[in-house]
Design a protein around this ligand. Structure first.
Ligand code: PLP
Length: 371
């Protein structure tokens, strides 16, 4: 019996799968070889890294390679570097959706300093981009279009395949932040780059990866010993790589049972929160993310009253900043509605009882506010 709160914040991070922990331990405790060394311990470590790379690649499109990074944020920063060469060819425009995670949004905006025009493209009231409007924005000056697969705050799924097609019509590249969809939602084959993170799939923190389609040249972001094909220097951690690989393999093996479990949790939650309104599309969404609002509820007070549930008032990055969520604002919600919204994220290790108890605590606290 523990006093830990019920964890319903699986978009912020996920618990480490026990199987992942088990494969990591020997690489932390016994096998300390540097995977870039030529001797036996080094070669053993390198082999473990390559097994992990294949496991991670197993959930990504064919025809590309996986570069390990320290996070998805780093992977996204690395991927954006592609635009430097494209600028020399007259392409000085970057388009990102207005609902992107800060890792994409702020990276894109940093390119204004290099003379790029950065457009934050609007999304509709359901959280989904209009392909018609986007097609008017993309032109032959566009270097890169970045759009996420599953939104971290509201769970809606963007039409990524169609977005990549539009980008390709003008020979622009398409980078997809698939962090919240990897291992759960199919990743379209036609994206050019995809960023992923282990800690969102029951793997360890501090490792991510960028998948890059063959033939796309990237300038290094981190210089040094020339690891990861000279693009991302720094000694890799075999423990983190092995953990990431195992987490990916588990997602593949358990795909159907995980999906059925998450759907059952989502169905239960929807019935328990029938008095709340769902933010974002009802049809195009990942069911493990439920972003809901109840007009008039003071979420700041709700969160301090409901100590028995770990949940979020927005994205983990934005919560605590005091700034209202830019994603909910992009849906056209008013500040009051944004401040009465919560995000519940269900994962592999939650039970139906977790959802029932959490909804009881949250609904009671909302009612105690007279709402
Ligand atoms: N993109 C999305 C959609 C995310 O949810 C997150 C994490 O919150 C990131 C990027 C950043 O991932 P990382 O923590 O690996 O840098």
């Amino acid at each position: 019996m523990t006093n830990d709160p019920i964890y319903l914040d699986n978009q912020a991070t996920t618990p480490l799968a026990p199987e992942v922990f088990d494969v990591m331990v020997p690489w932390l405790r016994d096998n300390f070889g540097n995977p870039h060394s030529a001797h036996l311990p080094g070669r053993k470590a390198a082999a473990a890294v390559e097994v992990a790379r294949d496991q991670v690649a197993g959930l990504l499109p064919k025809g590309g390679e996986v570069l390990f990074t320290g996070s998805a944020t780093e992977a996204i920063n690395l991927g954006f570097g592609v635009v430097h060469a494209l600028k020399a060819a007259g392409r000085d425009k970057i388009i990102v959706l207005d609902s992107e995670h800060a890792a994409v949004r702020d990276t894109a905006l940093s390119y204004e300093a290099y003379g790029f025009m950065v457009e934050r493209h609007p999304i509709g009231p359901d959280g989904i981009v209009s392909l018609e409007h986007l097609s008017e924005a993309i032109d032959d000056r566009t270097a890169l279009v970045a759009a996420m697969l599953v939104n971290n705050e509201i769970g809606v799924i963007q039409p990524v395949e169609a977005i990549a097609e539009l980008a390709h019509q003008y020979d622009a590249l398409m980078l997809c932040d698939v962090v919240q969809g990897y291992g759960r939602v199919a990743i379209p084959d036609n994206v050019d780059m995809a960023a992923i993170s282990a800690h969102k799939i029951y793997g360890p923190k501090a490792i991510g990866a960028l998948w890059v389609r063959e033939g796309i040249g990237l300038p290094p972001l981190i210089h040094g010993g020339g690891q990861e094909q000279g693009i991302r220097s720094g000694t890799l951690s075999p423990a983190l790589c092995a953990g990431f690989g195992k987490a990916a393999a588990l997602c593949a093996d358990r795909h159907n049972s995980d999906a059925a479990h998450i759907q059952a949790l989502a169905d239960k939650a929807r019935s328990c929160f029938a008095d709340w309104t769902i933010n974002g599309s009802m049809d195009h969404r990942y069911p493990g993310n439920l972003n809901i609002r109840r007009d008039g509820v003071d979420v700041g007070r709700l969160m301090s009253d409901v100590r028995g549930v770990a949940f979020s008032a927005g994205s983990a990055c934005a919560s605590g900043s005091g700034r209202p969520s830019h994603v909910l604002a992009a849906l056209g919600l008013e500040t009051g509605q944004i401040k009465s919204s919560i995000r519940l994220g269900f994962g592999r290790y939650n039970s139906l009882e977790d959802v029932e108890m959490a909804s009881q605590y949250i609904n009671e606290a909302a009612e105690a506010q007279g709402i």
